[in-house]
Design a protein around this ligand. Structure first.
Ligand code: ZN
Length: 73
């Protein structure tokens, strides 16, 4: 059994915020958690936290699901 290597690098992600949050992948608990955190951050009008969640979420999407948000670079 092999252990996955953690890269822990977000250097390839843009620093500016995207307007729309990613879409959660059905059945993925992590995606649901990110979606909930993003909802709470927006409700609190906490823009910097919302950006943080989106960056982490996009990293999760790229690493775990091999996808990214469509139409946003
Ligand atoms: Zn996920």
């Amino acid at each position: 059994m092999r252990t996955a290597v953690e890269h822990g690098s977000y250097d390839d992600l843009p620093e500016f915020p995207v307007l729309r949050p990613p879409r959660p992948v059905p059945g993925c608990g992590d995606c649901e958690r990110y979606a909930r955190q993003h909802e709470v951050a927006e409700r609190d009008r906490d823009a910097s936290r919302a950006v943080d969640v989106r960056v982490l979420w996009r990293g999760h999407l790229a690493r775990t699901h091999g996808t990214d948000i469509e139409g946003v670079r």
